[in-house]
Design a protein around this ligand. Sequence first.
Ligand SMILES: *Cc1c(COP(=O)(O)O)cnc(C)c1O
Length: 392
Amino acid sequence: MIDYNVNEDGFYGEFGGAYIPEILYKTVEDLKKAYLPILESQEFNEELHILLRDYVGRPSPLYYAKRMSEQYGCQLYLKREDLNHTGAHKINNALGQILLAKKMGKTRIIAETGAGQHGVATATACALMNLPCVVYMGATDVERQHVNVQRMRMLGAEVHPVTSGNMTLKDATNEAIRDWCCHPADTFYIIGSTVGPHPYPDMVARLQSVISEEIKWQLEEKIGRNYPDYLMACVGGGSNAAGTIYHYLNDERVKIVLAEAGGLGMETPMTAASMQIGTVGILHGSRIKLMQTEDGQIIEPYSISAGLDYPGTGPLHCNLHATGRAKVIAINDDEVLDAAFELTRLEGIIPALESAHALGALKHMQFKPDDVVVLTVSGRGDKDLSTYLKHI
Ligand SMILES: *Cc1c(COP(=O)(O)O)cnc(C)c1O
């Protein structure tokens, strides 16, 4: 049987690895040695558990969506990560990594951010833990996501606008890596998704795996069976999806459906569907599927949701796609908006644009009436109201 988890060398099939500059070798090696013993220790788990419960508000509910179930002819349960403190799943990972950073004796935190959601989660964790925080953000995104910049600054973080390249997420990540190279001894780099060099994809997946850990006992409680027929989630870098599927990766009874950002259509240049249209290459230390020209220049991705427009997808998901373990569907902007309005009107839940990609995938499925479907609502839509209102 195939094991879909990372192997000892940091690979998922042909994807993953740690392609890093020489100067970071020791830092990444130290992290590789430290992360598993710490993440598996009782002390770490107790501290994290208390934070997740009392600060984040976990467990997040598993909500039976009755009207949506009728609409799609299945038993649809929504995993409500939108109800977490700071409005999305990203806080699960930020708190876990900052606890790890403290245990490793690091005294300074850096992060990259695109839409600003990971930056806000990291700035929040840093305020809580009293650690200095520097967030790199493309200058274009600083302008587009002004409210999140102000939230980060109010939380005490230094936000550095990055003016290289297209001034978006990829450029912010390059700049964060540059900073890390200059301060490898005291600085911990909190990466916001299941991307980057090994051990980051595995570490982030483990920190988000609280999602599927809860799904297991919540389903048992609700339907007397601890697994669904389908798991569905949206994929940017892949962290909310990784958390949703983590404990079911090798359970073939459970089908996995991943929604990536189609943008204006996979066949157009305005897309972020990197698993389906990308080619294999190395980005930010990892061998993944990415959007690039024939000579390896990154093609700027496009999506209606700022949180999904990374030009690649993490190695775990690339492997799930390549092996056929997961079905990957590109959801276009118009389907995303329809899905967001549908959930709002049928269930009174305004989802993040990112999460609406997972909802948009429902229309592409053919369910049997008793199929149990768990779909993760990764975040809330408050941040996306101006986009929604333009389309009302
Ligand atoms: C950042 C974000 C995503 C995409 O990131 P993943 O790492 O793929 O989960 C999805 N949904 C929301 C609400 C986000 O903020």
